[in-house]
Design a protein. Structure first.
Length: 66
């Protein structure tokens, strides 16, 4: 898979995923906190299927095929 998530985007996705998971674990979101797995996974993998469908890319040119 081609990487299409850049550095800042990746960091924000990982942080948002962890926050959602923590809020789910601590109670306010309950099971809805598991939705945090989506941004966490896309941030860790560096690939976003929605970005691919829309033709978006935030990854610098030298890191796309890594």
């Amino acid at each position: 898979m081609t990487r299409n998530v850049g550095g800042i985007d990746k960091g924000l996705r990982i942080a948002a995923g962890l926050v959602l998971l923590a809020l789910g674990w601590l109670g306010p979101l309950g099971w809805w906190g598991l939705i945090g797995l989506v941004p966490l996974a896309t941030g860790l993998m560096g690939t976003c299927p929605v970005y691919s469908l829309l033709g978006l890319n935030t990854c610098p040119l030298d890191q796309r095929s890594a």
